[in-house]
Design a protein around this ligand. Structure first.
Ligand code: TXA
Ligand code: MG
Length: 328
């Protein structure tokens, strides 16, 4: 069993950074979801991420860094528009896919010539990263801290539920409370002439277009077979992902005894178990994954969800839900 560390002081973060340098895993909070971190330059440590998650090899990992000054180490090229996005939205819920440098080995990139990089906007994550860089570390590889295909954790307790059985004694979980955004980062492929969104998130297409001054290609609606092969590489874009044990039904009348997630303005039908009643789309994103977990905790067979409409973050929510509804 791993150690569970709350009220993380600077000392605790140094201990955690040293654990990473020694090859252990450290789960940590970010503003999107909790990540399962390993030294991104240590092949054995990264292999343990795949083991703990039960994730097939060949799925690339995001490398997290503390500051733009560490970006150059990891990449060999960056277009102007990506520099503008990085300056505007980092630290923040955005991952940029860029041409990799020698440092980004196949075991992190899944054998691709690109690497995913993110600077998270969470004080514990940034504190851990800074401490890690101080000890000579280059970056922390971290996927969401859940078993492959399941719901991402937005609390330290959820990390324990997901991965508790797969941790070693020397692994750590940092408790930073609830993730404020609640859905994973926007992934933007920046290897072409224009940005291409591979996974929608809190950094929306409108925001990317405004800062880059370019029309964005949206690859998240998978309607072309050409793109399908490529999507396999983005495991979060596999059709069945983010799935609880309960069967998820979207935009249908809930049946008696089932769970129900909808905006607060929508009433709960008689005999239905309300799992969340968020007041805004932002709150919807924040509570969604814990509400799905709560449904499983209550052993519900089915969860009905009235999806938020509109653009922005609602697109990311509907993207995840369409996959949850495909089941496990
Ligand atoms: O918000 C987030 O991004 C969280 C926190 C922990 O940072 N991380 C996260 O990681 O969601 P993960 O591994 O669960 O999802 C990252 C996605 C995967 O689907 C992976 O295939 C894709 O990013 N990815 C990473 N590197 C890539 C690359 N070089 N090219 C294409 N896709 C890449
Ligand atoms: Mg994930």
């Amino acid at each position: 069993m791993s150690q569970f560390l709350s009220n993380c002081s600077v000392d605790v973060l140094v201990v955690a950074a040293q654990a990473l340098r020694d090859g252990s895993l450290v789960a940590f909070p970010t503003e999107t979801v909790y990540g399962l971190g390993a030294d991104a330059t240590n092949a054995q440590a990264v292999a343990r991420i795949y083991e703990a998650k039960g994730r097939p090899s060949g799925h690339p990992l995001i490398v997290h860094i503390a500051d733009l000054k560490y970006l150059d180490k990891w990449i060999s090229d960056i277009p102007e528009y990506a520099i503008a996005l990085a300056r505007e939205f980092w630290p923040g819920p955005m991952t940029l896919i860029l041409q990799r440098s020698e440092l980004a080995k196949d075991f992190v990139t899944g054998g691709q010539n690109t690497v995913g990089i993110r600077i998270p906007d969470n004080s514990l994550a940034l504190g851990l990263l800074e401490a890690f860089h101080k000890l000579g570390g280059s970056g922390i590889a971290a996927p969401s801290a859940n078993r492959f295909g399941q719901v991402s954790p937005t609390t330290a307790e959820a990390v324990k539920e997901e991965l508790g059985n797969y941790f070693a004694d020397t692994d750590l979980v940092l408790d930073g409370g609830q993730s404020v955004i609640g859905v994973e980062s926007t992934i933007i492929d920046c290897t072409g002439e224009i940005p291409r969104v591979l996974r929608p998130g809190a950094i929306t297409i409108e925001m990317i277009e405004e800062v880059s001054g370019l029309k964005v290609l949206n690859s998240t609606e998978k309607n072309s077979d050409d793109l399908k092969q490529e999507f396999i590489r983005v495991s979060g874009s596999l059709e069945n992902h983010y799935a609880p044990k309960a069967k998820v039904f979207l935009d249908q009348q809930p049946v008696v005894g089932s769970g129900f997630i909808a905006l607060e303005s929508i009433n709960t039908p008689d005999g239905v178990i309300r799992l969340a009643a968020p007041e805004s789309v932002e709150e919807f994103a924040r509570v969604l994954y814990s509400a799905l977990r709560e449904g499983d905790y209550q052993n519900l067979d089915s969860i009905y969800i009235a999806q938020p409409t509109g653009e922005g973050l609602a697109i990311a929510i509907r993207d995840r839900l369409s996959r949850s509804a495909k089941g496990r």
